[in-house]
Design a binder for this molecule. Structure first.
Ligand code: SAM
Ligand code: DTB
Ligand code: SF4
Length: 348
């Protein structure tokens, strides 16, 4: 059973194949995605992470979507690197609200080595609370990745954002290859990867396929794949971008589920603007992770109580445990060593 499941994990996706999946009749795509989802996950469990901005605004990069770039006037209140104690207070609150992973984000091109001791103290403190830890700090050197891994950092988030072809329309201050290099430093250091992108930035369907191909063709699939719907922030160059068709967004999630079947696919930024029906379609096609709590980094997210009500209506439960190893690795074990099945057959 396990072998046949693992055979379906591929790293040789052609962009044309992914374009064809994105263009399937909608009902066929939903059925395929939900069937794959049931082979790999409990369909009624969703992982919940809480985000905290530990350093806000004044970023030197020029990412056209981002309210934190110093190049755009978004009236954002800048904040220096947060004190460790304050970060840990926020982490405790997140745990009390039911989050299992705490993600700390900094508006940096890359961290300075002088910041590492503070970051390491944050990671250790979050781990001591019994939460999984995640950071997103920009580009990392191999040495920085090793130091964070040694401190116990579980996940590092670094998005590819879009296809290689569309990328230069959005960011000019770092290259696509810079991003791939950071991902390989993270992987070599033994951390789990959270990497995805943003849709709704004016990219074509082929660009969305190109992003998905890049993610799925990494040497190992990212354990977590955030699919962000562009949050249009006044003052950024993308503030007037027309909305992406809602079904094209759902299609992107569905295809991410199909081609990265063992990864958590996160219905990430943009939920504040989505109806309950749209979010439930996202879960139906295999999205199984969300950011939980009323703020993303700088923009609003649905209130926790609203999400809990939606989960209750849909019979969804927050996922409690994580797995020790990625199912892309043949020996899968639950953290607590239990024999709870990881895979759920479509026939069940
Ligand atoms: N500065 C670091 C970096 O860019 O690598 C880490 C923080 S950055 C804010 C993390 C990610 O948030 C970006 O890669 C992007 O995918 C996402 N993001 C930022 N602004 C967004 C927006 N307006 N809408 C949707 N996603 C956004
Ligand atoms: C990711 O892919 N999305 C999150 C997280 N990783 C760091 C960030 C979304 C940011 C949305 C805009 C904001 O709140 O500033
Ligand atoms: Fe800076 Fe990250 Fe925003 Fe780009 S996405 S401007 S690197 S904070």
């Amino acid at each position: 059973m396990l072998n046949s499941v693992l055979e379906t994990i591929r790293h040789d996706w052609q962009v044309d194949e992914i374009v064809a999946l994105l263009q399937l009749p909608f009902n066929d795509l939903v059925y395929k995605a939900q069937s794959v989802h049931r082979r790999f996950f409990d369909p009624n469990k969703v992982q919940v992470s809480t985000l905290l901005s530990i350093k806000t605004g004044a970023c030197p990069e020029d990412c056209k979507y981002c309210p934190q770039s110093s190049r755009y006037d978004t009236e954002l209140e800048k904040e220096k690197l947060m004190q460790v104690e304050r970060v840990l207070t926020e982490a405790k609150n997140a745990k009390a609200q039911g989050a299992t992973r705490f993600c700390m984000g900094a508006a940096w091109r890359s961290p300075h080595d002088r910041d590492l001791p503070h970051l390491i103290a944050m990671v250790k403190g979050v781990k001591e609370l019994g939460l999984e830890s995640c950071m997103t700090l920009g580009m990392l050197t191999a040495n920085q990745a090793n130091q964070l891994a040694d401190a116990g950092l579980d996940y590092y988030n670094h998005n590819l954002d879009t296809s290689p072809e569309f990328y230069t329309d959005i960011i000019t201050t770092r290259t696509y290859q810079d991003r791939i290099d950071t991902l390989s430093h993270v992987r070599n250091a033994g951390m789990k990867i959270c990497s995805g992108g943003i849709v709704g930035m004016g990219e074509s369907l082929r660009d969305r396929a190109g992003l998905l191909a890049q993610l799925a063709n990494l040497p190992e699939h990212p354990e977590s794949v955030p699919v962000n719907m562009l949050v249009k922030v006044q003052g950024t160059p993308l503030s007037e971008q027309p909305d992406l068709d809602k079904f094209d967004f759902i299609r992107t999630l569905a295809v991410a589920r199909i081609i990265m079947p063992a990864s958590h696919i996160r219905l990430s930024a943009g939920r504040e603007q989505m109806s309950e029906e749209m979010q439930s379609l996202a879960f139906l096609v295999g999205a199984n992770s969300i950011f939980y709590g009323e703020k993303l980094l700088t923009t609003p997210n649905p209130e926790a109580s609203k999400d809990m009500k939606l989960f209750a209506k849909l019979g969804i439960q927050a996922e409690e445990r994580s797995i020790e190893k990625h199912p892309d690795d043949s020996s899968v074990q639950q953290v607590d060593g239990s024999s709870t099945p990881l895979y759920y057959s479509a026939a069940n």
